[in-house]
Design a protein around this ligand. Structure first.
Ligand SMILES: [Fe+2]
Length: 210
């Protein structure tokens, strides 16, 4: 079901690291997560955030993989915060905190409703809160997985913002630069910068096709 263009040196779509032991609970939860995100507008980004988490940290605890796969999902629940993208800086603290803190409530609530381990449901909250700015080892991994996945999957989305006039082309490009330059995790930062350059190239192509 792969739909995005995946580079040869990137993890395969929904790949699990070979030799990694995963609990039966995690292996049972994962397909449910894929079903939950199936109709989310940015499903590929969430999927790849989970894939990149395991590529960056093959032994990452299971709660971090779950957190990566679900980190944006407050946007699936109406009534969330709104970023006036033409005007407000991408790293706006008020907007990003509202987004991450709301996801850190929505996701554990969903996990609990589906009968997931309460410890797992509680453990995803802090990494989800940290996915935009990082700050702890878990948070830095979340930020790296989010950034790389965004740059890998969303150049078209960002070009669409510019082409439809939601924001200026310069402002749209700033989003790609922010996602690439903000990454604290050292290995993640090198990969993110590569994907930033690739995404900017794709953005320019899609802009020219207008
Ligand atoms: Fe994200």
């Amino acid at each position: 079901m792969e739909e995005i263009e995946i580079a040869a040196d990137a993890p395969a779509w929904r790949e699990l690291p070979s030799g990694r032991e995963l609990s039966p609970e995690f292996l049972e939860l994962r397909p449910r997560i894929y079903t939950w995100i199936e109709d989310y507008y940015d499903r590929d980004h969430l999927t790849r955030a989970g894939d990149w988490m395991l590529a960056l940290a093959p032994e990452a605890p299971e709660y971090l993989v779950v957190a990566a796969l679900l980190h944006d999902l407050e946007r699936k629940v109406p009534g969330g915060p709104w970023l006036e993208m033409a005007e407000v800086s991408w790293d706006d603290r008020d907007y990003n905190d509202a987004h991450t803190f709301r996801s850190a409530v929505v996701v554990p609530t969903w996990l609990t409703a589906y009968g997931a381990d309460p410890e797992l449901a509680a453990a995803v909250a802090q990494p989800i809160r940290e996915h935009e700015f990082g700050g702890s080892p878990d948070g830095d991994l979340m930020q790296a997985a989010d950034s790389i996945s965004f740059l890998e999957t969303n150049a078209g989305l960002v070009a669409g913002w510019a082409n439809s006039g939601k924001c200026s082309p310069e402002k749209a490009l700033e989003k790609l630069r922010w996602m690439g330059e903000r990454v604290r995790h050292p290995a993640g930062s090198r990969i993110a910068r590569r994907y930033m350059d690739r995404a900017i190239g794709q953005f320019e192509e899609l802009r020219m096709e207008r």
